[in-house]
Design a protein around this ligand. Structure first.
Ligand SMILES: [Zn+2]
Length: 484
């Protein structure tokens, strides 16, 4: 048995002006790729020969450029062409990679692969919980697994499930078509899986995992900062009996719809209130998340709104962490510690989030910006302006773990308030403190979806349109070809 495996990932925020190009992807090949993918041991234990294709991954950002997509897609296709007698293909994708001028990158990657291998080779995919899945994509794949946790902690489990799904297809000589049921719901940072309806949905998915005839089952939240007709939640079930797949997908969608109103943001406040609340006396640190400029949701992280609010108040013990300011950082890196400089952040912008901000800073430390995979992606500086400390970086950054702070030379315990470019608090930060305030800042990752200016979204989407009924949802599904 011979299985090809690879990964191509970049979560796109289509409202973000910046683009992900060829250089923005980290690249792994050969043995390094095999060691990186949690599916590899599952295939090997089954006696399969695993052939590494390519593993390329970029930080969430704006759309992927057509050039970058074509470049990597062609590498995949060329590598697959060299393998004549494979039994299956396994891919770990994000599911919300939007390519400039094309749309779903996953769809076009899979279409290109199918042109080489035809319809009779099973393809299984592991996807992020925030995947937006086009019909064109779903028609190319046979088994679809997705993360069941948000914040995500089950990436490896998802890969292992997808690997088992592929093995099931190969052993039974089947290439089932997954059934999809779309739920017209935009779920942002409120859609965490520690609450209903996700607790019940996960339980149901776990039951289905063990049932005869179920090849794969998943429920996706979608990614709301992605403007397309297929943006939104969906249940995807692949069964050897297609009718059953449709029935199970419908039941999962129903479960979600019944409890959707339970998905509300916790600790969320308008900016003024959030800043005031963060400065109230308390034991320990509080994180304030700049949700509208959330780099983990593709925003660029140049926003200065929260910084300005803290500079105005000039209270001791505040750190504003991770503002992207490439040129300023590169200049400051050449200076000695202790130097004072006037800097201008968000120069030339006067948006609600990126407001031109001039401040006189003292250089306190120089450090390293860590990427998502724990690798070095750039450099940063810690500066102070009055009583406020600021981390500036020359690469887009997401301070998602304590290590991200330590590599920057910052000790979180030195502060009472830390503002970060995030929505919900990432799990590893909870080892620092569980206190957090969700600041409802404006920007390309805002949770106020009505403000984003969608042009391609389905007309009826909850909660922008709160009058949608379950009957409307059913009618819409009957009109959509994949389900019919
Ligand atoms: Zn995600």
């Amino acid at each position: 048995m011979k299985i090809l495996e690879g990964s191509f990932q970049c979560e796109a925020n289509t409202f973000c002006g910046q683009r992900a190009g060829i250089e923005d992807f980290e690249r792994y090949e050969g043995e390094e790729l095999l060691n990186k993918m949690a599916a590899t041991p599952i295939f090997r234990e089954a006696g399969a020969k695993v052939v590494p294709l390519l593993y390329v991954s970029a930080l969430p950002s704006g759309m992927v450029t057509l050039e970058a997509f074509e470049y990597y897609k062609n590498l995949f296709v060329d590598l697959i062409k060299q393998e004549k007698d494979m039994d299956g293909i396994y891919l770990y994708l994000h599911g919300s990679m939007y390519v400039e001028g094309l749309g779903s990158g996953e769809e076009w990657l899979l279409k290109a692969i199918r042109q080489v291998v035809g319809e009779r080779i099973p393809i299984a995919v592991a996807l992020d919980y925030h995947a937006n899945l086009s019909d064109g994509f779903l028609k190319q794949v046979n088994a679809v697994q997705g993360f069941r946790t948000a914040p995500h902690i089950d990436q490896d489990d998802t890969e292992r499930r997808a690997a088992k799904s592929l093995l099931a297809c190969i052993r039974s000589h089947v290439c089932p078509k997954p059934a999809v049921f779309r739920v017209p719901f935009l779920g942002g940072d409120a859609s965490t899986t520690d609450k209903e309806p996700f607790v019940s949905i996960t339980k149901r998915l776990e039951e289905l995992d063990g049932e005869e005839g179920v090849v794969s089952c998943a429920f996706f939240n979608g990614q709301p900062w992605y403007d397309s007709p297929y943006t939104g939640n969906c249940a995807v079930v692949s069964c050897t009996d297609a009718v059953r797949g449709r029935r199970e997908a419908l039941e999962l969608a129903k479960m979600f719809w019944a409890a959707r109103d339970n998905l509300t943001l916790e600790h969320a406040m308008p900016v003024d209130e959030a800043v005031a609340a963060s400065l109230e006396p308390r034991d320990g640190i509080v994180f304030v998340t700049d949700s509208g400029d959330n780099t983990t949701a593709g925003a660029d992280g140049e926003g200065t709104l929260l910084l300005r609010e803290y500079l105005k108040r000039n209270v001791k013990g505040v750190l504003v962490c991770g503002i992207l300011a490439k040129d300023i950082v590169n200049e400051l890196l050449k200076e000695e510690l202790g130097v004072q400089k006037e800097i201008c952040l968000s120069k030339g912008y006067q948006e609600k989030q990126r407001i031109e901000t001039v401040c006189r800073v003292t250089l306190k430390k120089k450090g390293t910006v860590y990427g998502w995979a724990g690798d070095e992606v750039g450099e940063g500086v810690l500066v102070s302006c009055g009583n406020t400390d600021i981390v500036l970086t020359n690469a887009r950054a997401a301070f998602t773990t304590p290590e991200h702070f330590s590599r920057m030379g910052v000790c979180p315990e030195d502060y009472q308030v830390i503002a970060i470019k995030m929505g919900y608090l990432f799990p590893k930060l909870k080892t620092i403190t569980e206190n957090f305030i969700f600041a409802l800042t404006p920007g390309v990752s805002s949770n106020d979806f009505g403000q984003l200016g969608y042009r391609n979204l389905k007309k009826q989407m909850y909660p922008i349109n709160k009058s949608i009924t379950w009957e409307d949802v059913m009618t819409q599904m009957e009109l959509e070809s994949v389900f019919a």
